[in-house]
Design a protein. Structure first.
Length: 164
């Protein structure tokens, strides 16, 4: 356990007067609760490969820990084959839809494309992530062009031209 927490910012050495495992783990988690290390720790601890060959199931562990994390504004969610930490208070970037009710490009579409990109990146499907990012960019730029120039010609697939 000491080795685990030392990988995520700790610098501890086991010795006389060391607290119980429960107290130690609780202190360490509280210390990294609102730092960039917590998502990395969660991803590492709940890596399904760590459960292979054991009687334990990551889904049950995630459910148990989520009951506690919700009080701190977090939730562990499945992302493809792996788990990641989600901040329930929102993201560090506020994605308010700039399209005010457009049926072509909506906040839902933007969120879906971002989620698809993230999932593909986690599977190391970089071509797929680029394709989804391009689709998102094309949709946003096409919508912007329609709002500023309603008479603009239909998009022909030339992204650099659309950007200009």
């Amino acid at each position: 356990m000491i080795q685990l927490f030392n990988e995520f910012g700790g610098n501890d050495v086991y010795g006389q007067g060391f607290p119980t495992r429960w107290v130690y783990a609780e202190e360490k988690i509280k210390a990294i609760l609102h730092t960039s290390e917590l998502p990395r720790l969660i991803t590492h601890v709940f890596d399904p490969r760590e459960f292979t060959g054991t009687e334990f199931q990551p889904e049950k562990a995630v459910s148990h820990i989520n009951a506690f994390l919700k009080f701190d504004g977090f939730q562990i969610v499945k992302d493809g084959a792996f788990y990641k930490l989600r901040d329930l208070s929102g993201s560090s970037i506020d994605f308010a839809s700039p399209f005010k009710g457009s049926k072509k490009v909506s906040h839902v579409f933007i969120d879906e494309q971002i989620a698809k990109c993230d999932a593909k990146l986690s599977r190391e499907d970089y071509d797929g992530a680029i394709t989804n990012a391009r689709s998102l960019l094309e949709a946003v730029l096409t919508q912007l062009e329609q709002e500023f120039h309603p008479e603009a010609p239909a998009y022909d697939g030339d992204l650099p031209k659309l950007y200009r």
